[in-house]
Design a protein around this ligand. Sequence first.
Ligand code: FAD
Ligand code: MG
Ligand code: MG
Ligand code: MG
Ligand code: MG
Length: 546
Amino acid sequence: LLVLSTFSGGGVLVYSDLNTVAAPTDRKKKVVVLGSGWSGYSFLSYLNNPNYEVQVVSPRNFFLFTPLLPSVTNGTVEARSIVEPIRGLMRKKGFEYTEAECVKIDASNKKIHCRSKDSSRLKGTSEFDMDYDILIIAVGAKPNTFNTPGVEEHAHFLKEAEDALKIRQSVIDSFERASLPDLTEEERKKILHFVVVGGGPTGVEFSAELYDFLVEDVSKIYPKVQEFTKITLLEAGDHILNMFDKRITAFAEEKFQRDGIDLKTKSMVVGVTADEITTKERGTGNVVSEPYGMVVWSTGIGSRPVIRDFMQQIGQGQRRVLATDEWLRVEGCDGVYALGDTATINQRKVMEDIGAIFSKADKEETGTLNKKEFKGVVKDICQRYPQVELYLKKNKMRNIANLLKSANGEDTEVSIEKFKQALAEVDTQMKNLPATAQVASQQGKYLAKCFNKMEKCEKNPEGPLRFRGEGRHRFQPFRYRHFGSFAPLGGEQTAAELPGDWVSIGHSSQWLWYSVYASKLVSWRTRMLVVSDWARRFIFGRDSSS
Ligand code: FAD
Ligand code: MG
Ligand code: MG
Ligand code: MG
Ligand code: MG
């Protein structure tokens, strides 16, 4: 890319930058991948370069298809159906796998420290070090409690397969317990009060799944206690699903109200004890405590301790999330990449680079850009800086095209001042990518492709840097493509927000959702299992044994 060549962090990005370790010729470079989730699994699936020795370290020997995790909590889908064992991929690709957790990254010695799972049956834990030439951090994130007292001890999270199974077990236990003969009405009500904290996609989807379970199954299997059940959904902001289109938010809020889900917005949870959950209302400051039977906490994610420690080491201690550049290389650290929920991309600001962009575009060095130069540079910066494209879309290109016209409507050239003025606002359009499976898997695929063509690029590292044609041997920065979001709302209804401002809500999108997810499942094995789970549920209802 033209623009990239002049300033991307003060230098041209050549392949050798991506491959900072000079390995002895007789030894393959060792790539250590931390994590077997969306980003790690996607990287491993697309990596096809025999010149690397690949070692995977993850405490979980399977990939988990998280979008269907809420459906595991009520037994619509079995947990087994949405996991893909990693050993199969390892064998196919000739990669090594070690079931352990990385507990420390020692970036200056290119080592990681690992600990195996605690198992009293098998001689406890073991700890060991591992060297790497290149480290790929794909460890995801952990649920964020915002240090709210009591959450860690008393609430359920919904992040891993075992969390979903524990929730399922706990829901069924609640109904069995509430059905015991010697309880008062108050006690039954308390046990059957389910509180969901967080009105994001996961919290909403879980509430919807729970509601479906109450309506479709509990009414049949626990008819005596059904009247005592209550679902409360607490959200600190003004609305649930606030990252979605307003129409979807409104639809979801109305549906929940109709269903009798007690939706409380502007409610901040300030503490959880064994029996009560306490909220503070934003605005009024009212503090209320309510008895509950079960709390599911789903308010967002935070960095894992091992990543926080690593950030301290490399001078990123002040940041909230580990930062990479647009090639997913961790800033301030050689040979380390990070992708998925564990990292964010530090995007470049146009205004910081604007002088360089202008002089590069002004090929004839006239001090102004003619029509051709100008159109070319706008095209390039749209590619290089995603915020420009967003900005131009919002402003319908009007401001930009007008630059080529003088006050009396004649064609003119663009000066640096006009250029700056026109782009002054674009950086306000910069947004971090969302922490989603869509982003994580695209990043994994992107990085694998970079690694796949590493040698080819190393052979022609220099040469004239042209951003078209020759550019294909150089690494383009990561670009995200949004394919749409889905918010399953229960009762076989799903809201879909697709690119191009296309919103659809209802039963047809439910089927769209099924088919999109069925087609995205990683293997035919899991696809078969999920589809047969769905079919089983349609025919026989959900399994309520725990
Ligand atoms: P993960 O997929 O979480 O993978 C992290 C991996 O690292 C795991 O294998 C873990 O075991 C491993 N690991 C953890 N700690 C260590 C360590 N110390 N050392 C080594 N390995 C470690 N996104 C969507 O786009 N659409 C959806 O519909 C959707 N629904 C979701 C529903 C739920 C219930 C949840 C929880 C998430 C959902 N997401 C969805 C978000 C999506 O799952 C995440 O954005 C995605 O998993 C991020 O991928 P990742 O690779 O960064 O992390
Ligand atoms: Mg991962
Ligand atoms: Mg995952
Ligand atoms: Mg990220
Ligand atoms: Mg010129």
